[in-house]
Design a binder for this molecule. Sequence first.
Ligand SMILES: Nc1ncnc2c1ncn2[C@@H]1O[C@H](COP(=O)(O)OP(=O)(O)OP(=O)(O)O)[C@@H](O)[C@H]1O
Ligand SMILES: [Mg+2]
Length: 248
Amino acid sequence: MPTGGKLTIETANAYLDALYAAANADVVEGQYVMIAVTDTGEGMSRDTIDKAFDPFFTTKPDGRGTGLGLSQVHGFLKQSGGHVKIYSGLGEGTTVKLYLPRFRGQDEDEAWQAPMTIPGSVANESILVVEDDERVRATTVALIKELGYHVLEADSALAALRIVDSETTIDLMFTDVVMPDMNGRKLANAVQERRPNLPILFTTGYTRNAIVHNGILDPGVELLIKPFTLETLSGKLRELLARARTMR
Ligand SMILES: Nc1ncnc2c1ncn2[C@@H]1O[C@H](COP(=O)(O)OP(=O)(O)OP(=O)(O)O)[C@@H](O)[C@H]1O
Ligand SMILES: [Mg+2]
């Protein structure tokens, strides 16, 4: 827009249908988010549109344009599974439409409504749940039971140690990090002296950065950030129990 003009940026959800996909080789039919950038500038001829995405193609005078602007846009969208389209005519201004695949993942509520569909429930393995907050402990215990595990519960690190000191079978300890009296890390250290091969999964409502950078836990520990979904919890439990089985 050499003499000024108006630039409009819009966003919308968009559905690219089979017809559009058939006409555009790089497009997979489906749901996208669209960002449209429209100017009231000089516009492009059909010929220029056809070459505009080519690397180093430019109509600007020597030393002005690199011809890399649109080819970078094109490359970025391709890498992202997206698509870009130019609408323009000489003297008519230009609209460039960028399409990115829309995230269509399950939201948390759906995951919580269907606990029984989670595969790989394992019976007979015992999980020790250590959590000082009574309500959080109750939900966690219910969830883990629903996954088919046997659950032992402790409302403090000291209560957990009493269970660990007994002959009770424990296959994994799932512990809160921040607890009064003795925190999850100190508990883990004490437990490792008694049962060195017991897998330990920590959980916290703090962020991983806050917990690790402040030295509360070592980087690399198994940590589930609250609120976790039943899916991530069950996946993590299965993963750690499977790893422990192979190390036995
Ligand atoms: N909004 C637009 N209006 C009119 N023509 C455009 C527009 N955007 C791009 N073009 C045309 O497409 C060509 C290629 O664009 P591209 O952004 O890739 O390179 P460039 O603008 O020449 O160089 P630079 O890398 O500095 O942006 C431009 O030279 C121009 O002819
Ligand atoms: Mg450019």
